[in-house]
Design a protein around this ligand. Structure first.
Ligand code: AP5
Length: 598
């Protein structure tokens, strides 16, 4: 579900030599060329930010035909991410030592990880041992799990990573793609077969320092080191030949994923010469990453405290809201709007919150209602809170009742499955920081920090409020955010829903404080044209807007009035008719709302 869109540029973060005016925005990318620096032509791609507000520049592609010949795909504002590949003994480990020294990346070698498991006699090690000794590839599921776990550790995220010997099969490359783990650059060391065999057979390892030697071309520095050197069990001539064959069989499939960013290097040269070339490539990548713009800080107001909670940066209500489906920009605009308001409320210690967003795609009373939009909104919220280190549980109500009275709320059919299949971003946030559950006290776990409840509502004849209350009781002080809840406690078919305790249930439902509200306003009984909109973002008052047609089929929204509480229909009618707030005679009701929820 990733996509591209324009990003927000912050001129002060652009290097002085790169003027912002040289960036020419297009509908999905920005391109930049700098004649003074003779840099190759770059193109920037953007991806919606997990965190609120706009987009961040995520990728930088350098034209393969550029003078430098460098091919890369940069994730901006993230540390360097490198993959190194090559046949057995092509010199991956040797070069990795040097890369780590210079660039401080976290070196993740599947060979080393597996050897450590074997040495520890772990279950994984015992399984891997027979494959390794035979020179065969260890099964994908073992290696994939190991690598994903290692990449998700904080040091790899902070310092950047250097993946050595992985992926080695198409399935492994696919596993990374699925988790959206992509390198900036893919380096392949190219060495002729006969050299490789000699290198393997002559290789020796220092078990104390981990340093790699060769009995002829790179002998140990002292007798003491020499005496402790060991030979890898898979370094016999016969096993090397078999490893080489297996490598050749899989290499192409594995590396095909990265062909646009593959940089092949002649590895049959002294290691210092090989490193010089790698060093130059990686330095260029780092250089590009550093030189190109940084995104505008996404939530500066929140971080600075309440004084600066102004809405100055708010762009106003987006236009063309009756155009369906909504563009990605419009959807993202609303996700950001909801997110900022919700974050402010949570930061202020509010724990029972509700979000009501009724743009056409999220209004179940309209034919254009889209569950996907609801799911995207929920994901944007969950990922952003997860980015702040919170463990978020996203809960969807299951079906309710029994037998003929079993029912699934209309808006929720299939949502749980969709959530499970959704792309939850880099480094497997789902399962660690984000969990998916259902609504009820049993779902509340010790380690959860907060709950996002997706559109809780009554099913015919069944009321969700009691389950909801049990859940919030168990959650205690932890924030619970209801998204587009419908908790009216209407009696079900044949009056089957209990009426006992109804008042208390409604009182409980009303105890959730609104942190976001948005609704388009129409003439009573119509869905066209849009008359205006009502918006509230915590902690600001309700704002009433009127939609005004401009020339050239343009439109805009003008602020009519603000209200400390949600305005009644009469108050809205008065404002539209320009009547003073208090004392004016009630309007006859030509304005109305689609569902009368006000
Ligand atoms: P792994 O440890 O990754 O082995 P490999 O890929 O076969 O690579 P090597 O470690 O043998 O060589 P290297 O390229 O690092 O070369 P080095 O720098 O040491 O994997 C081992 C096993 O684990 C696999 O067979 C498999 O069973 C399993 N495994 C690992 N990853 C897996 C995965 N993703 N999926 C499934 N199974 C997996 O150099 C070699 C020698 O050459 C040294 O002596 C060195 O001094 C010398 N040398 C290096 N550079 C030069 C140079 N420029 N000039 C002269 N000599 C040089």
């Amino acid at each position: 579900m990733s996509s591209t869109s324009l990003c927000s540029l912050h001129s002060s973060t652009v290097s002085p030599s790169l003027s912002l005016s040289r960036f020419s925005p297009t509908s999905s990318a920005l391109s930049y060329s700098d004649p003074c620096l003779s840099l190759p032509r770059l193109s920037l791609q953007t991806q919606p930010l997990r965190s609120p507000n706009l987009f961040r520049v995520t990728h930088l592609r350098i034209n393969p035909k550029s003078k430098t010949g460098l091919k890369l795909n940069c994730s901006m504002n993230e540390p360097l991410k490198v993959m190194i590949s090559g046949a057995p003994a092509s010199g991956k480990g040797t070069q990795c030592e040097l890369i780590v020294q210079k660039f401080g990346l976290v070196h993740i070698s599947t060979g080393d990880l597996l050897r450590a498991e074997v040495a520890a006699g772990s279950e994984i090690g015992n399984k891997a041992k027979e494959y390794m000794n035979a020179g065969r590839l260890v099964p994908d599921e073992i290696v994939n799990a190991m690598v994903t776990a290692r990449l998700s550790r904080e040091d790899a995220k902070q310092k950047g990573w250097l993946l050595d010997g992985y992926p080695r099969s198409f399935a492994q490359a696919e596993a990374l793609e699925q988790n959206q783990i992509r390198p900036d650059i893919y380096i392949v060391l190219d060495v002729p077969d006969e050299i490789l065999i000699d290198r393997c057979v002559g290789r020796r390892l220092d078990p104390v320092t981990g340093k790699i030697y060769h009995i002829k071309s790179f002998p140990p520095e002292t007798e003491e080191i020499k005496s402790r050197l060991i030979t890898r069990p898979d370094d016999t001539e016969q096993k090397v030949k078999s490893r080489l064959e297996i490598y050749k069989r899989n290499a192409e499939a594995a590396s095909s994923t990265y062909s646009p960013i593959t940089n092949k290097i002649d590895g049959n040269r002294p290691k210092e010469v090989v490193f010089k070339e790698i060093d130059s490539l990686l330095s260029q990548v780092q250089n590009y990453k550093g030189k190109i713009i940084k995104p505008e800080k996404s939530t500066p107001d929140i971080k600075k405290g309440k004084e600066s909670l102004s809405q100055d940066k708010w762009r106003g209500i987006p236009t063309r809201l009756n155009n369906i489906p909504h563009s990605r920009e419009i959807r993202t605009y609303f996700y950001d709007d909801v997110l900022l308001a919700t974050e402010r409320a949570v930061k202020d210690g509010k724990t029972r919150l509700k979000v009501d967003i009724n743009i056409p795609e999220l209004n179940p009373e309209m034919d254009v209602y889209r569950i996907g939009t609801l799911m995207e909104l929920v994901r944007a919220l969950a990922l952003s809170f997860a980015d702040d280190g919170k463990r978020v549980k996203v809960c969807v109500q299951g079906s309710m009742g029994e037998g003929a009275l079993a029912g699934m709320p209309l808006q929720l059919a299939g949502t749980r499955k969709i959530l499970e299949f959704m792309d939850w971003g880099d480094y497997g946030a789902k399962g660690t920081f984000i969990k998916i559950g259902s609504i009820g006290a049993a779902e509340v776990d010790e380690q959860d920090d907060m709950y996002i409840l997706v559109a809780p509502q009554n099913a015919v004849g069944n009321c969700i409020i009691d389950d909801l209350r049990a859940m919030t009781d168990a959650a205690k002080h932890r924030p619970v955010i209801l998204i587009n809840a419908r908790l009216k406690d209407l009696p079900g078919s044949s009056g089957i829903m209990q009426t006992m305790g109804r008042e208390q249930r409604l009182e409980y439902a009303a105890s959730f404080e609104s942190c976001y509200f948005f609704r388009l306003l129409y003439y009573a009984g119509t869905q066209y044209p849009i008359m205006g909109a009502l918006r509230m973002t915590y902690p600001f008052p309700y704002e009433l807007y009127k939609r005004v047609d401009e020339s050239h089929r343009k439109e805009k929204y003008v602020l009519l009035s603000t209200f400390p509480q949600r305005p009644t229909t009469d108050e809205i009618n008065d404002a539209f008719q320009g009547k003073p707030r208090a004392g004016a005679r009630k309007a006859s009701g030509i304005w109305g709302f689609l569902s009368g929820i006000l």
